[in-house]
Design a protein around this ligand. Structure first.
Ligand SMILES: C[S@@+](CC[C@H](N)C(=O)[O-])C[C@H]1O[C@@H](n2cnc3c(N)ncnc32)[C@H](O)[C@@H]1O
Length: 429
């Protein structure tokens, strides 16, 4: 423990409440278009760009999620390009729509048509007994009531008839959020848990109205994007940040990102969160949906505790966890080994003197707090000439993420894992 404190003390960390942004509106522009786990708050992305990326022309977010940092790059004055990478197809769809201005006139026109088609079809089903073809996928009847399935099928049918891909994508995002809101899942949770009988009895959503509500909300967001767009070109990559990315060598001025907190299976299950939406959106379950959590960082356990990454803090932590549970130590190690692969790739794409900003959370495993911010600095410094500018510690007022988890995987026993976030800022020399 003493040794760990020594490693932590060697890193420049400053508590700074001015990064809390308590009570700030985090849904402006297109930021409120679709929920996603562990979203970065836009105020952090904006301030990091203002303070560290004012002359930057090229930005990369290698774990973009639904693109908070890309939206900020799009509405900031100086960026020519911003690349966003994510292995989750739902994240890529939402990030695209959030950063892709579409004419409001065209959207309003298509919405009028869509509405007419949906309302007419509903009437024909109701009064003339018309049949609608319903999708069938694994467990659909478990997660959706029959009347909800019918309404989602009608909405989907008419979105899929639209010819313009960008307009279609806009509605797919509205549809995806609707799917979440009308499903039988317990609301406001990212993992898939079904409502109990009592909750299910009261759960009679008006699916079509919910969809219209999403469209109207997102139309306002789109107007905001158009009004503030500074024209950066956004490139969304369906790639894995552990491997070589389609980003040229020495081209990136600023990396701004919030990586996962740990392996998806035991921290934030991005795949599970996205599953119902992706199934309704027609993604192939086996090929594109089922294994998302496995292909996220740390998804595959390492075979042994031998490793080549050079972080003394990581060594200490792995040994401590292994004393309680060898398997959990392997889970933890696999995450940092994957992160290290990404760090090597970042080195290839960064311009000299470029800045890297990582918003990370320090999770707890087996009651042992893992100082990811410290480990990251050590991993970067072991891989190249990086100056650690500083690490800012902020309080998390309201971020949607697990604040408590089970320390021993015993149901009902929880410890607080994350009340702070660490913004690690480095410069490559
Ligand atoms: C903390 S979330 C990012 C949230 C984002 N900042 C936002 O505001 O929406 C981390 C993201 O990393 C993605 N991810 C995990 N492993 C990845 C990998 N190997 N390559 C690219 N993306 C990955 C996950 O799918 C997830 O969307």
């Amino acid at each position: 423990m003493k040794l760990l404190k020594k490693h932590e003390a060697a890193i420049k960390r400053v508590h700074d409440d001015s990064w809390d942004f308590s009570g700030a509106n985090t849904k402006y522009c297109t930021h409120g278009m679709h929920t996603y786990p562990a979203m970065m708050i836009p105020q952090i992305a904006k301030r990091l760009i203002d303070e560290y990326g004012n002359d930057a022309e090229v930005m990369l977010d290698p774990f973009m999620g639904t693109g908070t940092s890309l939206v900020e790059a799009k509405i900031h004055h100086n960026f020519k390009y911003a690349y966003g990478v994510d292995i989750n197809p739902l994240a890529r769809l939402v990030a695209k729509v959030k950063t892709y201005p579409i004419s409001i006139e065209k959207l309003e026109h298509s919405f009028r048509e869509l509405r007419n088609n949906i309302d007419n079809e509903k009437l024909e089903i109701h009064f003339q007994g018309k049949k609608i073809e319903k999708p069938s996928f694994f467990n659909i009847n478990f997660w959706f009531k029959p009347e909800v399935i019918e309404d989602l099928a009608i909405i989907k049918k008419y979105i899929w008839e639209l010819q313009n891909t960008d307009i279609k994508d806009f509605y797919k995002v509205c549809f995806s959020e609707t799917v979440r809101n009308v499903s039988n899942t317990r609301n406001r949770e990212f993992k898939l848990y079904k409502m109990n009988e009592k909750q299910l009895e009261k759960h009679n959503p008006n699916t079509i109205q919910e969809f219209y509500k999403q469209v109207q909300k997102n139309l306002i967001s789109m107007k905001d994007l158009i009004a503030n767009d500074k024209n950066a070109k956004i490139k969304i990559l369906n790639e894995d940040s552990r491997y070589k990315l389609s980003v040229p060598d020495d081209s990136v001025d600023l990396i701004l990102t919030s990586p996962p907190y740990g392996d998806s299976l035991t921290t934030v299950a991005y795949g599970q969160f996205s599953r119902l939406s992706l199934q309704w959106l027609g993604f192939d379950y086996k090929e594109e949906v089922r294994d998302i959590d496995k292909i996220c960082l740390g998804g595959i356990k390492t075979r042994s505790l031998e490793h080549t990454t050079k972080s003394p803090t990581l060594d200490l932590i792995i040994n401590q966890i292994a004393e309680y549970d060898n398997n959990r130590a392997k889970d933890v190690l696999s995450f940092y080994e994957d992160l290290f692969k990404c760090i090597l790739e970042f080195k290839r794409v960064m311009k000299k003197n470029g800045i890297l900003c990582f918003v990370v959370g320090n999770r707890t495993v087996k009651r042992i707090n893992i100082p990811t911010d410290v480990i990251m600095v050590e991993l970067f410094q072991s891989s190249g000439n990086y100056e650690h500018i500083k690490t800012i510690i902020r309080n998390i007022p309201s971020k949607r993420m697990p604040k408590a988890n089970s320390p021993t995987n015993v149901k009902g026993t929880t410890v607080t894992t994350m009340n702070h976030e660490y913004i690690v800022i480095l410069q490559i020399k």
